[in-house]
Design a binder for this molecule. Structure first.
Ligand SMILES: *[C@@H]1O[C@H](CO)[C@@H](O)[C@H](O)[C@H]1NC(C)=O
Ligand SMILES: *[C@@H]1O[C@H](CO)[C@@H](O)[C@H](O)[C@H]1NC(C)=O
Ligand SMILES: *[C@@H]1O[C@H](CO)[C@@H](O)[C@H](O)[C@H]1NC(C)=O
Ligand SMILES: *[C@@H]1O[C@H](CO)[C@@H](O)[C@H](O)[C@H]1NC(C)=O
Ligand SMILES: *[C@@H]1O[C@H](CO)[C@@H](O)[C@H](O)[C@H]1NC(C)=O
Ligand SMILES: *[C@@H]1O[C@H](CO)[C@@H](O)[C@H](O)[C@H]1NC(C)=O
Ligand SMILES: *[C@@H]1O[C@H](CO)[C@@H](O)[C@H](O)[C@H]1NC(C)=O
Length: 324
């Protein structure tokens, strides 16, 4: 069999079994960094895993093709995303082995338009033609997007049909120092399909590039409706409370003024500074300290019928009493 008839047979065979762009690639839109590297095997075949429509098939995302993206919709092997350190293996379909496939590293433009017939030795991914299973050398898999295409001395027929691969390698930026836990154990190390790397997504009480900062304000240290402001001093986070005018102190718990008789009706009054004081209510009493006449004035009665401390009920009763 001459190479020409082999090519003819391959092309006929492919045209019979390929329905244009039928594959929807399996895809996680958001991936979490794996601690263990993985072996990924890509079969260099036209029989499956060939997608055409850039968003709906190759990336399995719900987005309409814009004019700019139009030339990205080319038949191709489902694009892969690897973690830095993963290994990539390429295998070829037995029917292609006698045809003789070369895998070459190409630019984005050559990926889209398929390379012309000439290629340089240094573009070759494997020194020999693809037969069986081959491991891609890590030098081809540095951080970034790489494009591999099939090229035969007779032309890029198979590339045009879809034997081209977009490989994106991502690293993680989730560790403050090489041995530190990912995201300081206070978040997840994630990458969206269009992001170029993995980065920290912190749990709600943490922030910072590595989720290294604890957000003190999430513990609500400021009382009496004061707003809380995060302040970073060195590596430790601290906070500041912006108190309403009638309150003061670190946590806005101190009341502006000085103790007078009956300032805290059923409780003890203590001066904290020359112009602030605190009320400490006796057992069974409470009251909103913002409102002068309520301080330790509301009794908390345990309602055995309802099984609750009937603060609101007592408030209502007080209102009824004060109205009568
Ligand atoms: C895509 O376009 C179609 C029709 O033009 C429209 O109905 C649909 O909502 C669009 N989808 C998105 C995700 O923009
Ligand atoms: C692969 O090809 C691209 C574009 O021609 C080039 O920029 C890149 O350096 C090549 N990669 C390697 C590892 O030689
Ligand atoms: C894609 O198409 C646009 C306009 O249609 C063109 O400007 C651009 O150069 C094309 N990109 C490639 C990589 O061929
Ligand atoms: C290759 O994949 C990356 C995502 O990993 C994407 O941003 C890029 O547009 C793709 N390139 C082409 C030419 O399809
Ligand atoms: C303010 O609140 C914090 C935590 O809620 C507490 O540890 C601290 O002792 C309080 N400071 C004062 C002056 O009340
Ligand atoms: C108030 O002060 C008195 C006398 O010092 C003390 O016996 C009592 O326990 C105090 N009450 C509170 C609620 O601290
Ligand atoms: C105390 O009263 C003030 C003023 O009416 C109000 O803004 C605040 O929400 C009240 N606080 C509580 C804990 O009920």
């Amino acid at each position: 069999m001459t190479p020409k008839t082999t090519l003819y047979m391959v092309v006929c065979f492919l045209q019979l079994c390929i329905v244009k762009g039928q594959t929807i690639c399996e895809r996680q839109i958001i991936a979490e960094w794996r601690v263990e590297p993985k072996h990924v095997v890509m079969e260099w075949t036209l029989r499956r895993n060939i997608c055409t429509d850039f968003y709906s098939e190759c990336w399995n995302v719900n987005k309409n093709i814009t004019k700019e993206d139009k030339n990205l919709s080319v038949p191709q092997i489902c694009p892969v995303q690897l973690q830095l350190g993963d290994s990539l293996f390429i295998s070829s379909e037995p029917s292609f082995q006698s045809y003789g496939m070369n895998l070459i590293n190409v630019s984005k433009e050559e990926f889209i338009n398929c390379p012309k017939t000439i290629f340089l030795e240094e573009q070759q991914i494997f020194v020999c033609q693809v037969r069986g299973l081959h491991k891609v050398d890590p030098t081809w898999l540095s951080v970034g997007t790489h494009y591999f295409a099939e090229l035969h001395k007779r032309g890029p027929h198979l590339c045009n049909m879809g034997l081209r691969l977009n490989v994106t390698v991502k690293q993680q930026l989730c560790q403050e120092t090489p041995n530190a836990p990912l995201c300081s154990k206070h978040g997840r190390c994630l990458s969206h399909v269009w992001e170029k790397q993995y980065s920290c997504h912190c749990f709600s009480q943490y922030s910072g590039k590595f989720c290294q900062n604890f957000n003190v304000c999430s513990t609500k240290p400021c009382h009496n409706d004061a707003s809380c402001i995060e302040k970073s001093e060195g590596t430790r986070n601290s906070y500041e409370c912006a108190c309403p005018p009638e309150f003061s102190g670190k946590n806005c718990t101190e009341i502006v003024g000085q103790c007078q008789p009956h300032t805290c009706f059923n409780g003890n009054c203590s001066n904290v500074t020359p112009n602030t004081f605190l009320c400490e209510c006796d057992k069974g009493f409470t009251g909103n300290v913002s409102i002068a006449y309520q301080r330790c004035y509301i009794s908390v009665v345990y309602d055995s019928d309802m099984g609750i401390n009937c603060l609101n009920l007592c408030l209502n009763m007080m209102q009824i009493i004060s109205l009568t």
